[in-house]
Design a protein around this ligand. Sequence first.
Ligand SMILES: CC(C)(COP(=O)(O)OP(=O)(O)OC[C@H]1O[C@@H](n2cnc3c(N)ncnc32)[C@H](O)[C@@H]1OP(=O)(O)O)[C@@H](O)C(=O)NCCC(=O)NCCS
Length: 182
Amino acid sequence: MRALKDRNVNVIYSVKSMNIILRAEKEIDKDEIFKVNQLAFNRNAEANLVNLIRDSDAEYFSCVALFRDKIIAHIMYSTVYIDNVPAGLGLAPVAVLPEYQNRGIGTKLIKFTLNELKKCNLIVVLGDDKFYSRFGFKPASNFGLKSTYDVPEQYFMAISSGNSKWQNKIVNYHPVFKTLDE
Ligand SMILES: CC(C)(COP(=O)(O)OP(=O)(O)OC[C@H]1O[C@@H](n2cnc3c(N)ncnc32)[C@H](O)[C@@H]1OP(=O)(O)O)[C@@H](O)C(=O)NCCC(=O)NCCS
């Protein structure tokens, strides 16, 4: 899966008459991606996390949305583990610059990347169930999976394309995610 970050995906979408380019991140995007996460979350934790994921041994898939050559949204997926073995990808973080939110850009970016990752056996996300269920995420408990985070069950969701069945297994994100709790 290491090659995920090198995937040369590039798509143009029209969102509310804005022409948006969706593509995999490039080396030169790093500072802009940091800024997008910093502004969207109004803190540094997620922006720092993105850099830590890149520098870690996790596999990752990172994509951006551009409008007029400027990065206005970012999404990242990175390895999650079951019993200390890589088992799939976790979606986090996803961020749209505040002034571009609620225009369908986050939705396009999530759909586009999930489509790129459709061969992945397991994708998990921790977040609003109403928002993520529209992309096909179901409660992870349906697949016998639970989160390490102490959140209501419906907020930990999964897409699993394979026939894998787990029994009461805990999904762990890479240790760099612990920086979010600090
Ligand atoms: C969450 C986020 C990525 C969505 O992207 P977006 O481009 O604003 O969203 P879209 O326009 O595609 O979709 C809008 C829908 O998302 C919902 N939404 C917006 N922010 C949300 C959030 N933090 N959690 C859940 N749902 C959210 C809106 O209520 C709206 O719902 P509706 O379609 O029923 O009206 C973006 O708002 C954002 O960057 N928020 C701040 C960072 C964040 O919270 N990231 C997600 C957690 S990792």
